[in-house]
Structures are given as C-alpha cells and as structure tokens.
Ligand binder design. Structure first.
Ligand SMILES: Cc1cc2nc3c(=O)[nH]c(=O)nc-3n(C[C@H](O)[C@H](O)[C@H](O)COP(=O)(O)OP(=O)(O)OC[C@H]3O[C@@H](n4cnc5c(N)ncnc54)[C@H](O)[C@@H]3O)c2cc1C
Length: 846
C-alpha cells in the first residue's frame, strides 16, 4: 500500500453533521516560518496536546510556546470525528491479557490510567461547561461465547484475587441471571462497570476553540508531506507541506492511523484499520429504552458496542463479522473512509430487534452508517513519548480503536515532556505506552490473527447444528472447530477437547471389552479369572496405549509428510488478502455481491418498520434489497419477552431462549492455513473427527433397528433384555449380527425353506428380499448378505466413518492433499491396531 494519507471526500458521520465554524479554519493565510511546536493532526490527540501545552505552561509559569496545528482535512475529521463516542476504560478484559504478558503491576497501571479519564473528563466538562452530551453511567459488557467467557472470567478473577483497585468497581452477573438482568437475548454472562459517553466532535471543537483563541495557529487542509530526518544547525526540524515549510523545535505526531506516512519508524507498527459505525433511530421507543451502554461480545474478536444518546437514538459500532475474515483488504491497511462495506451496512438492520427483548415492535431502523480509520498498533499499545533517536520529535498515536480513555492524559504527558522537560517516567504515563526502539524492532503483529483463521458461518451456530454437520463430515465445520474454536494460540489442548478425549477413551474401553469378551481364547487367560476392576484397568491401559500410538504415529508422520500446507504460498503480514489462494466451499453460502455504497456521500438509510422482517431499503444511491433476511429472520423466532423496567432494574424473564442468530448475510471466502499445524492441533483434529465412535451408544437407547425397542436385538426369541445385557447389544451390532443371519433371512423369503420367522431387527433386509424378483436364488442373496454383514455392521461402519472423518480433518488441518491425509490416517489406525494386537497377544487373547 502507498503511504497512508487521509483520503478526500470522507463520509459524514452523525457527529460531524453539525460542523463547527472551526471545521475549515485557518488562523493565518500563510504558514509561519518557524514555531516552537508543530502539532500534526487536529483530532483528539492533536487538540488536547495543544490544550495541555498551554495548560502546563500556565501551571509552571513558563512563557506560552508558539504552536501551529497542521491538519490534512477538516478539524476532527479523522477517527475522533467518526467514532462510537464511548469512553469505556478497559479494566478487566484486555487488562487480564496485559497482566499475563507484562506483569500485574504494568497492567494495573494501564487500567488505572484509563479509569482516571472518566473523572478527569467529567470534571473538565463540568468546569468548562462543555456542551458535548457527556453522561457518566455504567456499561453492560455481555458475553455470548462460553469459551471466551471462561477466559475473560479467569482474567477477571485473577485481577480480583490480586486486589487490583479498578476491578473492584466491576460487577458480574452469572449465566442464570444474565439475560434477565441485561435484557439481551441469549446473554450468557454480563460484566458491568463505570463508563462515559459523549459527543467527541463537540468536545474536541471546544478544546480547539479555546486554544485558537489563546493564540494557537490552526491550519486545516494542510497535509504534511514530510518531516526532515535530521534537525538543522539550530536544532529545528523542517515540517513540509504543500503550502510551505515550518522549522520547529518540537514536532508532535498526533496523526494516529496515518503516522507512518511521515514518521517512517512506524511503518508496519501502526496500521490503518477501517471500522464502521451506525446510528439507529427508534420511532416507537420501547417501555424501557436503553439506560446504559452495551458491549455485545460474540467471541474473542467479534464484538459490537452500543451507546444510547439523549435524543433516543443509538450509536452502534462493530459489524466485524461481516468483513473481518472475508476480505482483509476491506479493513487492514485501509484508509478509505469515503465508503462503507455493503455487508457491514446490512448488519445493522434490525439490530435492536435481533438482540434486545422488548424491542421487536419499536420500528428501530438504521439512519446512517459511516466508516472511520483507526490506528492499530501491532502490539495493541499506543506509542507515546520521544521518537527514538530523534530528539524533539514526539508521538502520541496508535490507540488501536480505544483512544477515548487513553488520549487525554497521554497528551498531558506529552505536554509535560515538552514544557517541563521531565523524563517519560516522571510524567506518570503508563510504562507500557512508551515508544521504544525495542517496540519498533519487534515483529509482533496482534492485529492479524486472520491468516490462521477462516471465514466461518459456524461462528454463530448452535452446537447441535455444528454436531450434525460434523457427523455429515462437512469440511467447513472442521475448519470452524480446528481453527476458530479449538485452535488455541497457546498450543494447549482445549479443555473441551480433553473432556472429549476422556469420553472417547472410555467408549473405546467399553467397545473393546464387549468385542474381546466373545473371544473363546479369553477363557484360557488370566483376564477371565481376574476381578472386574483388574479387567477394567487392563482394557483402559490397552486403549490408552493404542490411542497414544495412534496420535504419536500421525503426529510424527505429519511432521515428515506434511510439514507445510500444500499449495500455500505464504502470506506476508502486510500483504493483501489476495496473496493467499482462495477457494470456495460448497458448505459455505455465497450470497450475491452488491454494488458498493455510493462514494462521496454519507450512507443514509430510509426507515422501515422493523416489525416487518424486511430490512430497510437504501435511498436512491443504495442497493440493499432483501439480503438481510438471514440476519433479520431470526428475530421472528424469538418469543417476545416482557420488557425491562426503567432505571436498569429488570423484570425477571423466563429462562434463556435459544440465542437469536446474529449471523449476518455473509459472503465467505475461506483462506488456507498458513503454517504447519502443531502436534496439539493434530490431536485436536483426530479427537474431534472421532466423535462418530460415540454412535453405538444410540443402540442402547434405540436398539439397532431404530425401533426404540432395544430388546429386538435378541432376535427371534424376543426376550426382553435386562440392563446388564447392553454389552451384548453392542457386541451383536458391532459384529453385524443385528442385521440378522443369512439363514434367518432365507427363511423369511417366501421361497425359502427352514426357519419360519424373521427377526424384527432384519426388517431392512426383509424389505430387500421382498423387492427382489423371485427368480433371484435366495441362497445367492443369503451368501451376499453373509459376506456384507460384517462390513455393514455398525461396528465396521462406525470404524469407517471415524477413518473418513479423520482423513477429512487431517486434510483440512494440514492442507496436505487427500493422498497424504489417507496415508496418515491409515498409518495411525494401523499403529493403534498393532499395539492392541501385541498387548492382547501377550496376554494370550487370540
Ligand atoms: C469507527 C470508529 C469507532 C470508534 N469507536 C471508539 C469508541 O467508541 N471508543 C473509543 O475509545 N475509541 C473509539 N475509536 C477510536 C478513537 O476514535 C481513536 O482512538 C481516537 O479518536 C484517536 O484520536 P487521534 O487524534 O489520535 O486520531 P484522529 O482522530 O484520527 O486524528 C488524526 C488526525 O491527523 C490528521 N492527519 C493525519 N496525517 C496527517 C498529515 N500527514 N498531515 C496533516 N494531518 C494529518 C488526520 O486527518 C486526523 O484528523 C473508534 C474509531 C473509529 C474509526
């Protein structure tokens, strides 16, 4: 990508719908030749840097420095003018991860720093009577995903156990109450904490008005094209623009997403990332409108945020699931805030009706959707302080979509560095925010987990659907499980996989025991005389070793046969998505693509009654028709529940209903895995794809003919089975006896002689015989059935199904082609079989 500069004709956000007189302001016709400080960028960071520089110089009675603010477009037209307006300190979510990576003290410092923003901004707004709709309230942080909740809760518990101050304010609502308390359909749990919301543009413009009236020179529509690499003889840096240059003692890069275009050190360290926001208007407000802000977290990467406004409308940001995996170019390294992504626009249709109880008949519709460019830092932490090796150059950027609770006090620190000449450590800025050479040299990129993950419709599917598709060996479900759900980054087996492994092992014990019990040679071995517990332990060890052999063999062979995925050419971290081969998948719905939104005007949607499930239609320039029915249809499945009561106290609701699908209409283009699968991932794949082993348990419930009467398996004598004879059922079915012996079948045929009755369990084959022409000799059919019997037995079928599933899972995980996947799966099975034969042979079982 070319250097990231702000583009022309950005969409107009709701916040910028009432432009201030300073929007296109220039304090002087031409630029001054010199200045003490040049601040590049007139967003939150630029405006508050100027504000604090004046404040600090007043505070320490220093001479007011001359300051020029250079802004490429209109004032506050970057991320600040188009964000969600949510000033939500992160005190437990990301902080838990920071504690893991950098230690508790450093993490707690960030949490306290962010929390301090709420009271500092509140005080300032009160003191200066800033008209910016500030409201300090609480946010309901909803979790929908069990695994993600487990992770977040563990981090939260840890912070609580360590007595971290900021987390004491956080309340937790457990699963049994979450939906009732939050009013959010399908909420699994809910954290609540102090937060604030405001009109960011109005707040920033107030600061700018103040500094401009105090003598700061504001120059809009003046993009900086270059900053000199070395200072001149007077120690001044040259800042070049199309309108001339300024020589300055201090340069502050408050350019967030665009920093690397003029500060090359930050290339690949601060990446422009495009995000989307919408405004939802509510014609018929529900009995209890939203009182607080909300975060809806569907999993670790997909979350939305909702900020209710005093006028009853709601700002909703997010929609990541519509583009994040599907089209990396549409958001990563993307500076184009002059357009939206069609799927993201549709995502907000019927949003409130989909997710909130009591909102079904409100007619809430999307009034406006816009995009904005965030500056994501590759290690997720802002860069604040002196640019390494360039004395006089400072940076305050890279807020990773979370600047509202970070910028104001970061810029106070910048002002202290400039005006008071203190060291970074003396400013009280979080140590993790300091921009350092080490951080600039680090190759870490937290922004792009995407190459190892896949476009995934299963992200929001119920587990039952996932299980059914798993049984049907659908490749996409394996991708979902192996890459998105169970493919932990920590190279450890997921807890649910460990549980599945234990369950499979216990089943193996049961099935092997049932099979071996029949062997005549068993009677001559010590096993037949050993107490039952010894027998059990024997079969347990036997199967544990066989499973170990199975996994180790495949893991070893995979490292030799499939070290890197075939056909994968690699994907540079900063290249575009098209570098990776893309394949379509039959199990993946590909929806028609739609012309992109009109470029140079805001995206405005016309109201449509939400109670009808048809999505809002775009006004003339729009193109949305009925494509959002997937997303919106789910609303009709949800029973209406009593609305929440005012003031945040909620009428208790019935037990949680099935979660409304939040799956938007998606066009999904999966990517292949980029790196060799870890041994843990291989074991996960094998265990997940061995689920079919569990099927024989169905026989115990249904009986082998599916009649619901397990006793039928006993054949012609119709004796009722005791509970204790379930092993026999499994034995018979595994062996194919459940299909009925050929001799019995011949007896069933009208032309056959001998036995006179057909076992109930043979009904399928009985039908087969009935449809056969009478000319076909029954004896041939009987021999054929005899031959096929064992192959079609449930036991054998089950083994084949497991093998097929293993092959599919290995093929998908390793990307090594079917031949190698077959070789690996068969080798694993052979190793399992060999270990079992050797051990059984050693104890004398034939
Ligand atoms: C859609 C969206 C939703 C968001 N929601 C939230 C939220 O709810 N809560 C939250 O905490 N954060 C949110 N953020 C992030 C938040 O808005 C930012 O972290 C914050 O505004 C950063 O402020 P800034 O001043 O550093 O950057 P910006 O506001 O982007 O300001 C940078 C300015 O620099 C100017 N500039 C860049 N290059 C040059 C150049 N070469 N010459 C001159 N000028 C230049 C730009 O034009 C721009 O005006 C959101 C961001 C987006 C895009």
């Amino acid at each position: 990508m070319a250097k990231p500069f702000p583009v022309d004709h950005s969409l107009t956000s709701f916040w910028r719908s009432e432009p201030d007189p300073l929007d296109n302001f220039r304090s002087t016709e031409s630029l001054p030749e010199t200045s003490d400080i040049v601040i590049i960028g007139a967003g939150y960071a630029g405006a508050s840097t100027a504000y604090h520089c004046l404040e600090r110089s007043r505070l320490v009675s220093a001479e007011q420095p001359s300051i020029v603010i250079l802004e490429a477009r209109q004032t506050c037209s970057g991320a600040t003018g188009r964000n969600g307006g949510h000033l939500k300190p992160d005190v437990f979510n990301r902080i838990g991860n920071l504690a893991k990576d950098y230690g508790l003290e450093a993490a707690a410092e960030v949490a306290a720093f962010e929390m301090e923003h709420v009271s500092v901004i509140e005080d300032l707004v009160k003191k200066e009577k800033i008209d910016c709709d500030l409201e300090v309230n609480r946010v309901c942080d909803i979790q929908f995903d069990k695994d993600q909740l487990a992770k977040v809760k563990a981090g939260y518990d840890y912070l609580v156990s360590q007595g971290v101050e900021t987390v004491k304010d956080v309340g937790y609502t457990p699963p049994e109450l979450a939906e009732a308390v939050s009013g959010v359909k399908g909420a699994l749990a809910c954290f609540n904490q102090r937060t604030a919301r405001l009109w960011p543009y109005k707040f920033i413009l107030h600061l700018l008005r103040q500094v401009v009236s105090a003598g700061v020179n504001l120059q809009t529509h003046t993009p900086v094209t270059q900053v000199s690499e070395v200072p001149d003889d007077e120690g001044r840096w040259t800042v070049t623009t199309d309108r001339g240059s300024i020589r300055t003692k201090w340069v502050v890069f408050s350019t967030n997403a665009y920093t690397s275009s003029i500060a090359p050190e930050y290339k690949d360290k601060i990446i422009p990332v495009r995000g989307f926001c919408s405004r939802i208007v509510v014609p018929n407000p529900p009995p209890s409108p939203l009182e607080r802000s909300y975060m809806l977290r569907f999993n670790g990467w997909h979350y939305d945020y909702l900020i209710p406004r005093p006028d009853g409308s709601i700002i909703v940001g997010g929609a990541k699931s519509t583009f994040y995996y599907q089209d990396r170019d549409s958001w990563y390294n993307n500076t184009d805030d002059s357009r939206t992504v069609e799927a993201a626009v549709r995502y907000f249709d019927n949003y409130m009706q989909r997710h909130f109880h009591g909102w079904e008949n409100t007619g809430a519709y999307t009034d406006r959707v816009w995009s904005g460019i965030m500056g994501y830092s590759t290690d997720s932490l802002p860069h604040v302080g002196h640019v390494p090796n360039k004395p006089g150059q400072l940076i305050v950027a890279g807020f990773t979509g979370h600047g509202m609770p970070q910028v104001f006090l970061s810029t106070r620190g910048i002002a202290q560095l400039i005006v008071e000449g203190v060291s970074y450590e003396q400013t009280g800025l979080p140590r993790l925010f300091k921009t350092t050479t080490e951080r600039l040299q680090s190759q870490r990129n937290n922004i792009l987990p995407i190459p190892v993950r896949f476009a995934d419709k299963y992200v929001e599917h119920d587990f039952v659907v996932i299980f059914i598709d798993l049984v049907l060996i659908k490749p996409q479900v394996y991708r979902h499980l192996l890459f998105n759900r169970l493919g932990g980054d920590d190279n450890q087996l997921d807890r649910s996989i460990i549980r599945l492994g234990i369950l499979l092992l216990l089943f193996d014990v049961y099935l092997t025991w049932a099979r071996i019990e029949k062997s005549p040679s068993l009677a001559t071995t010590f096993l037949s005389r050993a107490p039952i517990i010894v027998q059990y332990l024997f079969f347990l060890s036997l199967n544990a070793l066989a499973t170990l052999a199975h996994h180790l063999t495949i893991r070893l062979l995979a490292s030799i046969l499939a070290p890197t995925p075939c056909g994968y050419t690699g994907s540079s971290q900063h290249g575009n998505a098209t570098e990776a081969p893309i394949f379509s998948n039959p199990s993946t719905p590909i929806l028609p693509s739609f012309p992109s939104q009109t470029n140079n005007s805001q995206t405005q949607l016309s109201p449509t009654p939400a109670s009808t499930l048809s999505p809002p239609k775009l006004t003339p320039q729009g193109s949305s028709n009925d494509v959002s029915t997937i997303a919106s249809a789910s609303a009709s499945d949800i029973h209406h529940l009593p609305p929440t009561t005012p003031q945040g106290s909620f009428t208790p609701l019935p037990p949680p209903l099935r979660r409304a699908s939040t799956a938007p209409a998606q066009s999904i283009r999966p990517l292949p895995p980029p790196s060799p699968a870890s041994p843990t991932a291989i074991s996960t794949a094998l265990l997940v794809s061995s689920c079919a082993k569990l099927f024989p348990i169905l026989l115990v419930i249904w009986g082998p003919d599916g009649s619901g009467n397990a006793s039928n398996v006993s054949g012609s004598n119709n004796t009722l089975l005791s509970a204790g004879s379930q092993t026999t059922i499994i034995q018979q079915t595994l062996d194919g006896n459940g299909l009925g012996p050929a001799a019995t079948l011949t007896a069933a045929h009208p032309t056959a002689s001998g036995a006179s009755s057909l076992p109930g369990s043979s009904s399928l084959l009985e039908s087969l015989i009935r449809i056969m022409p009478e000319s076909v000799p029954t004896s041939y059919l009987a021999s054929f059935i005899d031959l096929l019997g064992p192959l079609l037995s449930l036991g054998a079928t089950d083994t084949h199904l497991v093998l097929l599933s293993n092959i599919e899972a290995l093929y998908i995980l390793l990307g090594c082609g079917y031949l190698r996947a077959v070789a690996l799966a068969v080798a694993g099975l052979a190793a399992r079989w060999t270990v079992q034969r050797v051990i059984l042979g050693a104890v004398g079982v034939g």
